[in-house]
Write a protein that binds this ligand. Structure first.
Ligand SMILES: [Zn+2]
Length: 269
């Protein structure tokens, strides 16, 4: 998401908006103020909170918020560049550029909100701090504040934002920590390992994304069941947990133990 923000920041603020919309009925989540109130205003640039992109107007009165969910794509088309016939949402700028949101598949999950700055604050109030650049001290406070399995805590956007299930797998492998380790039981050294792994892995992901690399190339652990661990060569293992797939290296992360699907072991007990 950070790569998208950087790419959009300059083009969206270069010209005033000529016409906002149309938007697919399932994509536009707000109706007051109407989209047309953006017409003639200029955007100040692109900002990001977790997976949401924010486009505040230069006059400070309105904020366009876009959440792409899993299948949404946002593109800036230069004047004359061909675009999709029926995008889920479109902003046309003076000068001919366009910002278009498309979404593959029949289900419309991506959303567009037009809000006042106060309403944005309320909307985002439940989000935790950004994971990237958090640091060991702040991370330690978050971990001690809630006794949870690490994998579950890392992807909880109320605790900290910016880590999805795939990057939780990459980060925990990098930090050599068990996905099932309890957040309150990490040593000071382990908290530092985890803080460093968060920064290094998210920075790696960002760099790969900016170079246009696919997810498949970016992930070293995620979705690689049975493939050799890039650190020790042992096969990557998999466990289903809270409806999320956890990939990990037993040799590097769990002292060789295989993690069990806890719902299943409860049934068997
Ligand atoms: Zn390993």
């Amino acid at each position: 998401m950070e790569a998208w923000r950087r790419a959009l920041n300059d083009p969206v603020s270069a010209f005033p908006i000529e016409k906002a919309g149309p938007a697919h009925v399932a994509t536009l989540k707000t109706y007051d103020p109407p989209l047309s109130s953006l017409d003639g205003r200029r955007l100040a640039g692109a900002e990001r909170r977790a997976k949401r992109l924010l486009f505040p107007t230069e006059d400070g009165e309105l904020v366009l918020l876009i959440h792409l969910m899993s299948a949404g794509r946002l593109r800036y088309l230069r004047a004359g560049e061909a675009g999709p016939k029926t995008p889920a949402f479109r902003l046309r700028f003076e000068g001919g550029g366009q910002l278009v949101l498309t979404e593959g598949g029949p289900k419309k999950r991506a959303g567009v909100w037009l809000l006042t700055p106060d309403a944005v604050e309320a909307e985002l109030a439940h989000l935790g701090p950004e994971a990237l650049g958090l640091g060991a001290d702040r991370l330690g406070e978050i971990l001690r504040g809630d006794s949870r399995r690490l994998h579950s805590l890392l992807r909880d956007q109320r605790a900290l934002t910016g880590i999805g299930r795939a990057w939780a797998n990459e980060i925990l492998h990098h930090a050599r920590l068990s996905p099932f380790a309890l957040s309150t039981q990490l040593s000071g050294e382990e908290v530092e390992q985890l803080a460093a792994a968060i920064d290094e892995e998210l920075a790696r992901g960002l760099e790969l994304r900016e170079r246009g690399a696919s997810d498949k190339k970016a992930y070293r652990i995620h979705n690689r069941l049975g493939e050799p661990c890039p650190r020790c060569g042992e096969p990557i293992a998999w466990v289903d947990f809270e409806e999320h797939s956890i990939y990990y290296c037993p040799a590097c992360q769990t002292e060789g133990r295989l993690l069990k699907d806890r719902r299943l072991s409860r049934l068997l007990r």
